[in-house]
Design a protein around this ligand. Structure first.
Ligand code: UDX
Length: 429
C-alpha cells in the first residue's frame, strides 16, 4: 500500500482521496479552504455524492484518510501526489491552468525521491509536460515522475465510477512510472491502459466530446421527430438495441451542461483551432446545444399562449441533472434565467440546490413542488428528479391558473397528464 497526497478536496479530489483510502492506501487530502478541512475532519462531506460520506467516515476511523490545509502538508513525504484542482474555462474558452501551476510549484520542494505527481484534473493535451517543467523550475529532486490519470467520474455516481470504472487510463513518458500509478488501482476490476501523456489527456477530451455530441445528435433527432410526428422514445429504443449505438446517453432533453461537457468541448475546440484543424462537427454539437436551450424557452412561451411577459411560470429542477446539488452550467438555470429575462415571473423548486438557488437573479424559490405551481400559467420540468413523477397532479392542476406542462426531460406520462386535463409538451414526441 502506498502513501498518497491528494491536492484539492472538490468533487474529484474528495472522491479520489476517499476511494484510494478505501482501497487501502494511506491518504492525506489537502485543501486551501480551512473551514472545509475542519468539516471534513469531522466526517462532514461538503457535497452530495452517494456513498461518499460513508467512505470519508470509514477512512477517518481507520486512520487511512486525513484532511489538512494546503498542498504542502498533503504532499510532504508522499510516494504519489494527485493534483485534483479546478481547471475552469478562462475568458478565451481555454482551460485556466493557474491552479495546477500553483499546486505543482507548491509541492515541488517537498517531493521525496522517486515520488510521482499524477494529474487528475482535466487539462489540455501537453499539460503533463507542463507540470513536469513547473516541478523542475520549482526545485523538485531529479527522479520525480509525472503522469496523467484522467477521471471519468459522473456527479452523483462518482464513488461507484471510481471503484467500478469502465477503464483506468494512465499516461506517462516513462512506462515504469505509468505502471506504478496503475498499480494503485489494484483491487479495482477494469481494463488498464498505460500510454503516453498526450494520448491519455486526449482520451478524456475525446470521450466527453463524443458523449456531448451523442446527446446533441439525439436532441436533433428529437426535434425532427416533432416535425414528422414520430416519437423519439420509440426511435431511441429502436436505435439502442444496436450494440454499436447502445442506450446510454441517448436521452433527449434541454441540452447538456454541468461542470465538464461545456468546458471540455470548448477546450477541445480551442485545441483544434490551435492545431489549425477545423473541428466543424464538434462546433456544430456545441451550437445546437445552445439552440436546444432556446428551443425549450420557445416551448414555454407557446405554453403561455405566445408571450412570456407577465406570465407566471413554475420550474421544477435547477441542478444540471438529477442526483446532484451542482448548478454549474446548468441548462435548467440558463432556461429559467431566460424566462425571467423575457418578463416571466418564475417560481422554482429544486430538492437539492439549497441556498445556491436563492442566488440566481430574479428567481422566486418555492418550498416544495406544489408551492412552485400556485397560480402558474405553465409548469416546466427542467431536471429529471425522480420524485417529480410521483406527485399529486390533480392537486398541481387545481393550483395552476392554466394546466400546461413543458416536460423538457420526458419524465412524465403524456397520456396520464392529458387525462388530468394538462396541455402536455415533451421533447421529440
Ligand atoms: C460527465 C461525464 O459523464 C464524466 O465521465 C466526466 O468525467 C465528467 O462529465 P457529469 O458532468 O457528472 O459527467 O454528468 P453526465 O451524467 O455525463 O451528464 C452531463 C449532461 O448531459 C447533463 O446535463 C445531463 O442532463 C445531460 N445528458 C446526459 C442528457 O441530456 N442526455 C443523456 O442521455 C445523458
Amino acid at each position: 500500500m502506498s502513501s498518497i497526497g491528494v491536492v484539492g478536496a472538490g468533487y474529484v479530489g474528495l472522491t479520489t482521496a476517499a476511494c484510494l483510502a478505501h482501497l487501502g492506501h494511506d491518504v492525506v487530502c489537502g485543501d486551501l479552504d480551512a473551514e472545509k478541512v475542519r468539516r471534513l475532519t469531522k466526517g462532514e462531506s461538503p457535497i452530495l455524492e452517494e456513498g461518499l460520506d460513508d467512505l470519508i467516515v470509514e477512512g477517518l476511523r481507520s486512520g487511512r484518510l486525513r484532511f489538512v490545509v494546503g498542498a504542502t502538508a498533503a504532499s510532504t513525504g508522499a510516494e504519489f501526489v494527485f493534483l485534483c484542482v479546478a481547471t475552469p474555462q478562462g475568458a478565451d474558452g481555454r482551460a485556466d491552468l493557474g491552479a495546477i501551476d500553483a499546486a505543482a510549484r507548491e509541492v515541488a520542494p517537498v517531493l521525496i525521491p522517486g515520488a510521482v505527481v499524477v494529474n487528475k484534473s482535466t487539462v489540455p493535451v501537453g499539460s503533463t509536460e507542463r507540470v513536469d517543467r513547473v516541478l523542475r523550475e520549482g526545485g523538485a529532486v531529479a527522479d520525480v515522475g509525472v503522469a496523467s490519470n484522467p477521471e471519468f467520474l459522473r456527479e452523483g455516481t462518482a464513488v461507484r465510477d471510481f471503484l467500478h470504472p469502465s477503464r483506468v487510463v494512465v499516461g506517462a513518458e516513462d512506462a515504469a512510472v505509468g505502471v506504478r500509478v496503475s498499480e494503485l488501482y489494484r483491487g479495482v476490476h477494469a481494463p488498464v491502459l498505460v500510454t503516453d501523456p498526450a494520448s491519455a489527456e486526449m482520451v478524456k477530451y475525446a470521450s466527453n466530446a463524443f458523449l456531448a455530441t451523442k446527446i446533441s445528435f439525439v436532441n436533433a433527432i428529437a426535434n425532427l421527430c416533432e416535425a414528422v410526428n414520430a416519437d423519439v422514445r420509440e426511435v431511441v429504443l429502436g436505435m439502442g438495441y444496436d450494440p454499436r449505438i447502445g442506450f446510454e446517453f441517448l436521452h433527449p432533453g434541454p441540452g447538456w451542461g454541468g461542470s465538464c461537457f461545456p468546458k471540455d468541448t470548448a477546450a477541445l475546440l480551442n485545441t483544434a483551432d490551435d492545431a489549425d484543424y477545423d473541428f466543424a462537427l464538434l462546433r456544430g454539437a456545441i451550437t445546437s446545444n445552445q439552440a436546444q436551450r432556446e428551443r425549450m424557452v420557445a416551448k414555454v412561451r407557446d405554453a403561455c399562449s405566445g408571450t412570456l411577459a407577465g406570465a407566471r411560470v413554475a420550474v421544477w429542477g435547477l441542478t444540471f441533472k438529477a442526483n446532484t446539488d451542482d448548478l454549474r452550467d446548468s441548462p435548467a438555470v440558463a432556461i429559467a434565467t431566460s424566462l425571467v429575462e423575457a418578463g416571466a415571473t418564475v417560481r422554482a423548486y429544486d430538492p437539492a440546490a439549497g441556498e445556491a438557488a436563492g442566488e440566481i437573479a430574479g428567481l422566486e424559490i418555492a418550498a416544495d413542488p406544489y408551492d412552485a405551481c400556485a397560480d402558474a400559467d405553465a409548469l416546466v420540468v427542467l431536471t429529471e428528479w425522480d420524485q417529480f413523477r410521483w406527485l399529486d397532479f390533480e392537486r398541481v392542476a387545481a393550483s395552476m391558473r392554466r394546466a400546461e406542462v413543458v416536460d423538457t426531460r420526458n419524465l412524465l406520462d403524456p397520456a396520464a397528464m392529458r387525462r388530468l386535463g394538462f396541455g402536455y409538451r415533451g421533447v421529440g414526441r
